[in-house]
Ligand binder design. Structure first.
Ligand SMILES: Cc1cc2nc3c(=O)[nH]c(=O)nc-3n(C[C@H](O)[C@H](O)[C@H](O)COP(=O)(O)OP(=O)(O)OC[C@H]3O[C@@H](n4cnc5c(N)ncnc54)[C@H](O)[C@@H]3O)c2cc1C
Ligand code: SF4
Length: 330
């Protein structure tokens, strides 16, 4: 591991000043950053510890929105009574992520910034070919073992999955990410995460030195009737093979879908909003056949690279099942 300087910031302006210097990374829970430093993917010259910044760990819920500080711990958000009541899919996405120990350490901003679990990406010594680490070097996963790689949103440069769970729920429910750097700005969760294109090394809208200070989720009828379902190889401590964050708003008759929200995880290069499924559900009767037919659209345009073909079969089933739970049909 490269030797690095360590700085602890106690206020936001110091963190932004220190974080704006070259080759610097912020440290929150450290559960991703330190892993990546140990395997040689991240080699910062300086680390700015932001865990002692005050005022960035609050969780506020009212009838209009949920506001969560960028340093709030995953476990605190997952277990917050207001979040559980108003946004089940957000709480469930966090509960189903990682392990209890990790959730107690890790913060919301760091969770959104986590990097892919592509095993070729994480082993620079054995696999020098990785366009995400070194643009133009190639992609070892294309002809390699790609069971855990994306079928949606891929490019000829990279097929790595965005592995997080929370981001999927945020994209489904139009969350906004609050960022501070040389200026304050707000970006929608959907726009925050980038497709790989020919620059898979540029993964999101955060510039060097900027800090995620919070997220804001509008409260809606669909969010109140929401669910996050995660299919994975084992029941805990595992990333998604396919997941779905869904929400339903019903018409006053209780039998017709007025509005649906659907986003997928574990299958795409970024949290994947499935608007064609949402459109197919609007105005339809609340019944299993509606969900199954619409969910088939979730993988429109999907491309298999071999080992990951099962995701194209699995994802629609996960979406349909999640909708059944949200709709109270199971
Ligand atoms: C074994 C294992 C299993 C896991 N399983 C899952 C899973 O199933 N689902 C899931 O979603 N995640 C999973 N994770 C990922 C885990 O959730 C992340 O490691 C964690 O959320 C990262 O948060 P952190 O606070 O530790 O970030 P750090 O490691 O401190 O930081 C990560 C990155 O984010 C940057 N950063 C941190 N905070 C901010 C901020 N506020 N603003 C700007 N940049 C910031 C850092 O500079 C760094 O680049 C798993 C991790 C491990 C190790
Ligand atoms: S899929 Fe992306 S991250 Fe994985 S080896 Fe290929 S370029 Fe690198």
């Amino acid at each position: 591991m490269r030797a690095f300087d360590y700085v602890r910031a106690y206020d936001l302006s110091t963190a932004l000043h220190e974080g704006g210097r070259p080759e610097t990374r912020f440290l929150a829970g450290g559960t991703t950053l330190l892993d990546l430093m140990k395997c040689g993917v991240e080699r910062p010259a300086r680390i700015v510890d932001i865990t002692r910044l005050s005022g960035l760990s609050d969780i506020e819920v009212d009838e209009n929105s949920i506001r969560i500080g960028g340093l709030a711990r995953m476990s605190h958000v997952a277990d917050d009574p207001g979040v559980k009541a108003v946004a089940p899919a957000v709480s469930e996405a966090l509960w189903r992520a990682a392990s209890a120990q990790l959730r107690n350490m890790a913060a919301i901003g760091g969770n959104l910034m986590q990097r892919t679990r592509c095993s070729y990406f994480r082993d620079p010594v054995a696999y020098p070919d990785c366009n995400k680490r070194q643009p133009g070097s190639g992609c070892a996963a294309m002809a390699g073992v790609n069971r855990n790689h994306a079928v949606l949103g891929t490019s000829n440069a990279c097929i790595a999955i965005y592995p997080g769970d929370l981001g999927v729920s945020l994209v489904a429910f139009d969350a906004r990410i609050h960022i501070e750097g040389s200026r304050k700005r707000v970006v929608s969760a959907e726009e925050f995460f980038y497709l790989p294109g020919d620059r898979p090394d540029i993964e999101n809208d955060l510039a060097p030195g900027e800090i995620i200070v919070g997220i804001e989720i509008p409260v809606s009828a669909a969010l109140r009737r929401s669910h996050y379902l995660k299919a994975r190889d084992r029941a805990s401590y595992e990333f998604a093979a396919a997941s779905a964050a869904v929400g339903l708003e019903l018409a006053p008759d209780g039998k017709t879908i007025r509005e649906a929200r659907v986003a997928l995880g574990g299958v795409a290069t970024r949290p994947w909003r499935a608007r064609t499924v949402e459109q197919a559900l609007a105005g339809q009767p609340l019944q299993e056949s509606t969900f199954r037919e619409a969910s088939a659209l979730a993988v429109e345009g999907a491309v298999s690279r071999g080992h990951n073909a099962y995701k194209i079969t699995l994802a629609p089933k996960v979406v349909a099942r999640a909708l059944m739970v949200a709709g109270g049909l199971t």
